[in-house]
Design a protein around this ligand. Structure first.
Ligand code: 3H9
Length: 698
């Protein structure tokens, strides 16, 4: 079996060992066994002077097989494999291309030399899975590029391009063809002068003498990472590379890996890794339905949202036209886009000259005729159903047959919008999140008539734009905003019952969100929710009163907090506290001290209940899709895996009981657990069981 995954070819004194395990040459058990076997064969063959380690397919190895984590280990482990390469007495050269990641790079670090094609990228991204490199990466990488650069690379998990890798000493040459280049390199190597990476000390000598530069690099790398375990473990392990002998450092690394891999944080992050990929698999739409190629895009509406959406296309190298009603609005829109690029260049986030390059892909027009050429038209006009229907009727008369027509509505009925055209199969929702050029989530809203082709194209477009697409059903608020609405109701209630915005925000931040809901509201603008409430005849006594006072959040310098002199830092405001008390008194509510635990429960459980309703109604395909929406669209900490993953950790029985309690305490029946939550809780099951049953039934 092992021979199928790892091949061996010998010619002119060079043995080429090739891993062939599509799609990404993960180092599963059969590959590891095959590597040991073929290495032994190459070593034993007297005609072999040097060995090349290569991979077939689209990339060098992307690392350990993540699906094996959490299962009983099967020998040979990756350590053992790497140790064998390390101890090989014939020169071994790794031939890198594509993305060499995690255990794949660690395997290459166990070789004597590494060559790579110029487009190759490499890195140790284990931290993104809540882990540290566990097969010697934290010990060998510092020995090649120095502990300071190693700690930055390992804590960020970022990839390094071949040119930088060569400059840093991670690879030994850039070649035009990986295998031939490695074979040619092999002929230049002196087998008598082999140095194993583990025995090199030149790059760690300085840190050994004075670790201050390392400590500064480590502090810089970890400064924004709170609550997460893996980065600290990475730092500790890299520090060991120059404070401990190799074997001791490697042993400590392995122990840390074993500890993290069984922990909830890594389980959560691995869940999100697979959830993100599964979200793109839509029942009933097979791989034979390919997304149409998009060569030109039109965005209708050059406001903040429309401009942000258009930037995604230019960033992906796709020409995009913004359509506006008049020249003034158009030039305001294009100026805003240009300004956003300029700020990124000034901050150093984008290289100089980017603004001009990207703006060259932009055009603007007040003539709707331009959309006759477009492969995709995205509408981003004011959130008003009548207006959107008018816009779609007009698009229908101009756009070419088969073009994808998308609305960026965040709340409106996609079917009603599609019905304004004679081609509802080509219409769907593409709900971008603000700022649209930054946020990764893309909710693709499937109308009742949306065709499989349209969905496939929308997913492909999302991926091309670097988004994480999730297909959702058509309902008020779709998945994300529908759940958020539940949290917003509790925010208002908690204020009236006794909590202050700063207390609620502190609890939500401590849970791991980058911002609390009140600070978030101030950032987004309180007038948005106010307008929606008025439209629906809903009220929120405190928030409405703030808006009536003109306190719209950061943009007016006051909202739930004060922002003095243009500051973006929220400062608690005694005036808001007085207003809350006044509103509570008027409503006959006696305010009380509310515990952080209650706040956390009310900030999360009603949303989890709504997620269960969303699943019951088939609005989300699977619980992990809900998790992807919240991680990529709303700042749910990835190391907590998303609302459904978190709910399973807490236990649905506990959550159902607390919801029952709050429904009675608050007097709101909608807080009571929905039928699905009740059923799963009673059966002692979780969302994971629900997902499994649904999969088995389909
Ligand atoms: C590690 O190495 C630990 C060691 O330090 C120590 C061990 C002791 N395993 O992303 P894609 C699947 S930890 C299993 O859509 P792309 C993926 O699920 C590992 N499966 O393609 C998908 O499956 P499906 C460190 C994997 O071209 C398919 O491959 N390495 C693995 O957009 C295609 O993936 C990493 O963290 C894996 N390692 O991107 C790298 N990788 O078709 C993780 C992928 O059924 N991988 N799959 O949905 C990646 O970042 C991207 O997959 C990669 C390709 C950039 C390679």
């Amino acid at each position: 079996m092992s021979e199928q995954k790892v091949g061996l070819e010998i010619a002119n004194g060079v043995a080429v060992i090739s891993i062939d395990n599509p799609p990404v040459n993960a180092l599963g058990h059969a590959v590891r066994a095959g590597l040991v076997e073929q290495l032994a064969a190459a070593e034993a063959d007297a005609s072999v002077r040097a060995i090349v380690l290569a991979c077939k397919g689209r990339t060098f190895s992307a690392g350990a097989d993540i699906t094996e984590f959490g299962k009983p280990p099967r020998a040979p482990g990756l350590h053992e494999v790497i140790e064998r390469f390390d101890n090989c007495r014939k020169p071994v050269i790794a031939a890198l291309f594509g993305t060499t990641l995690g255990g794949g790079l660690e395997l290459a670090l166990g070789c004597h030399y590494r060559v790579a094609v110029e487009s190759a990228r490499m890195g140790l991204p284990e931290v993104k899975l809540g882990l540290l490199p566990g097969a010697g990466g934290t010990q060998r990488l510092p020995r090649l590029i120095g502990p300071e650069k190693a700690v930055a690379a390992i804590v960020s998990g970022k990839m390094i391009g071949a040119k930088a890798a060569l400059a840093d000493g991670l690879i030994d040459a850039i070649v035009s063809d990986p295998v031939q280049g490695a074979i040619d390199f092999a002929h230049t190597v002196d087998p008598a002068k082999l140095v194993r990476v583990r025995d090199r000390s030149d790059k760690i000598a300085a840190a050994k003498a004075d670790p201050s530069a390392f400590e500064a690099a480590a502090a810089e790398a970890t400064k924004r990472l709170k609550g997460v375990e893996a980065p600290a473990a990475c730092v500790e392990a890299v520090r060991n590379s120059f404070t401990l002998p190799f074997d001791e450092g490697a042993r400590a690394e392995q122990q840390a890996f074993m500890r993290l891999v069984v922990g909830d944080q890594s389980r959560a992050q691995r869940h999100v890794f697979f959830a993100e990929r599964e979200a793109q698999k839509i029942p009933g739409i097979g791989p034979e339905v390919k997304g149409a190629k998009i060569g030109r895009a039109v965005v209708i509406g050059g406001g903040t949202m429309g401009g942000g959406i258009a930037m995604n296309f230019a960033n992906a190298g796709i020409p995009v036209t913004i359509v506006e009603t008049d020249e003034a609005a158009l030039s305001r829109g294009l100026d805003r886009v240009r300004g956003t690029y300029d700020v990124s260049v000034q901050r150093g986030a984008l290289p100089a000259g980017t603004t001009e390059k990207r703006m060259a892909l932009f055009s603007g027009s007040t003539d709707w005729g331009v959309m006759a050429e477009a492969d995709i038209v995205i509408e981003a006009v004011f959130e008003e159903l009548g207006l959107k229907k008018e816009v779609f009727a007009r698009i229908d008369g101009i756009a070419r047959p088969g073009a994808l027509l998308a609305t960026n509505t965040s709340t409106l009925d996609v079917d009603a919008i599609a019905a304004a055209t004679k081609r509802p199969g080509d219409v769907l929702g593409m709900h971008f999140f603000s700022p649209a050029n930054v946020m990764k989530l893309l909710e693709i809203v499937r109308g009742k008539e949306s065709s499989a082709q349209s969905i496939a194209t929308a997913i492909a477009v999302g991926k091309t734009l670097g988004k994480v697409p999730v297909v959702v059903g058509n309902c008020d608020g779709f998945v994300g905003n529908r759940m958020l609405a539940r949290r917003t109701i509790e925010c208002e209630r908690l204020m009236l019952e006794g909590a202050l915005p700063q207390q609620v925000d502190a609890v939500v931040k401590a849970f791991g969100f980058p911002m609390g809901p009140f600070a978030m509201g101030d950032l987004a603008g309180l007038d948005v929710g106010w307008r929606i409430r008025k439209h629906r005849g809903a009220t929120a006594p405190v928030s409405d009163a703030l808006c009536e006072m003109g306190r719209f959040g950061q943009k007016t310098g006051r909202g739930y907090y004060i922002y003095e002199n243009g500051s973006r830092v929220p400062t608690p405001d005694p005036e808001v506290e007085a207003l809350i008390s006044e509103k509570a008194t008027a409503l006959g509510i006696t305010r009380r001290a509310i515990s952080d635990q209650e706040i956390l429960e009310r900030m999360t459980y009603p949303m989890i209940n709504e997620a269960a309703r969303i699943l019951e109604e088939g609005i989300a395909i699977r619980p992990s899709d809900v998790d992807v929406v919240w991680v990529y669209g709303y700042g749910w900490p990835v190391w907590r895996g998303g609302p459904c993953f978190h709910a399973d950790l807490v236990g649905l029985k506990e959550i159902a009981a607390r919801l029952e309690h709050y429904a009675q305490a608050v007097g709101d029946e909608t807080l009571a657990p929905c039928a699905l939550l009740r059923r799963l809780a009673a059966a002692g099951q979780g969302f994971a069981d629900f997902a499994q049953d649904a999969k088995a039934a389909s």
